[in-house]
Design a protein. Structure first.
Length: 360
């Protein structure tokens, strides 16, 4: 289940949810997707949290681009080490901070092209989190800014299409974690219908692929909720296919499929959502833990922290779900749940309700 970085990230959710342009999630969060399905549009976590602790003077944009084209540190187990690796994290943070300030159309084009060049020529899968963060940053570059009109200039359209093609290419990379990061990065293209149309076949096929890695299928199911509309019948069918999975090892995929279907206002998942909003139900659930001891995965119950995260993410995902029982449960949790984090889950989102609400 979630790492320590994820636990720290959840505490920061309320503050980060208020930003209009959100940070991409850290690669650590990709490991257990159900517990962070809406972190892809709401949290600055994982690697970005670590970067903020390491950063001193922030590099300029040009320094960050140039620095990311230099080699990083060495690798020990699952971590990059050494001053080179630390500096690359700082460079990645500088780019993220630039995005938080907003970008002009010309800046988006420049950054997108630079990120593709860095990904293709100056990083590799064995750098792990650096490559994942850059893939998520590439998606983030094209996140719609609700305060500014979208540009339809030819150079913008060309650059965005190059980014789409890059993510589709990395979604088929040999490295599994790289593929997951590419799938999650697609979520940032919400609002660019021409781009979304190109992503949907890959996401649908991944969800339907029983032979695919479970986390990869969960990444695809996570992306389909915010990217689709209730009119996308093939998406609805694919998510229902995952919802019908009876293998207890795949419980998290079923949960994520239900939550994405709730985002798409599908009435038949109300019972699933109510279970995910019920502490008693969650305390009795068994899930297949593949993270704590990957060589010897076992079924176990959820911890209190994990229950809280499921409640919070389900509350956010079902905030606009048109079901009276679900809405009553959301109100009850917001008023009476023993966890202050659960009670506060929906409060910071009030100012962003219009831009965050599911499509009708």
């Amino acid at each position: 289940m979630p790492s320590d970085v994820q636990r720290q990230a959840t505490d920061a959710a309320a503050a980060q949810a208020q930003t209009e342009l959100t940070d991409p999630p850290g690669a650590k969060l990709i490991v257990r997707l159900f517990l962070i399905p809406f972190a892809i549009v709401a949290l600055a976590v994982g690697v970005m949290y670590l970067i903020s602790l390491m950063a001193g003077r922030e590099p300029t944009f040009d320094e960050a681009i140039a620095g990311l084209k230099n080699a990083g540190g060495g690798r020990t187990a699952d971590l990059l080490v050494g001053p080179g690796a630390k500096q690359r994290y700082i460079y990645a943070k500088a780019l993220t901070n630039k995005m938080k300030l907003g970008m002009s159309a010309a800046e988006r084009v420049n950054l997108s092209d630079q990120l593709i060049d860095i990904l293709d020529k100056h990083t590799s899968a064995n750098e792990g989190e650096i490559q994942h963060v850059l893939l998520l940053a590439l998606g983030r570059t094209w996140q719609v800014d609700p305060t500014k009109p979208q540009s339809d200039a030819a150079d913008v359209t060309v650059a965005r299409q190059k980014a789409v093609e890059a993510l589709l290419r990395y979604a088929n990379a040999p490295d599994l974690s790289t593929r997951k990061a590419a799938l999650l990065a697609m979520v940032y293209f919400k609002g660019h219908e021409d781009s979304v149309h190109q992503f949907l076949p890959v996401l649908i096929a991944t969800v339907r692929n029983d032979q695919a890695d479970l986390d990869l299928r969960m990444a695809a199911a996570t992306a389909l909720g915010p990217l689709s509309t209730p009119m996308d019948s093939e998406v609805i069918d694919a998510l229902h296919y995952a919802l019908r999975d009876t293998d207890p090892h795949d419980a998290e995929l079923v949960w994520q499929a239900a939550l994405s279907l709730a985002q798409l206002n599908q009435p038949d998942v109300a019972d699933n959502i109510l279970k995910l909003l019920d502490r008693n139900e969650l305390s009795n659930l068994q899930f297949y833990d593949r993270e704590n001891d990957p060589k010897n995965p076992t079924f176990r119950k959820l911890s209190e922290a994990e229950i809280e995260r499921i409640l919070i993410n389900t509350m956010i995902g079902a905030e606009n779900y048109p079901n009276d029982a679900v809405q009553a449960k959301l109100k009850e949790l917001a008023q009476t749940d023993p966890s202050h984090r659960v009670r506060a889950a929906l409060q910071p989102r009030a100012t962003n309700a219009v831009q965050d609400s599911p499509k009708n």
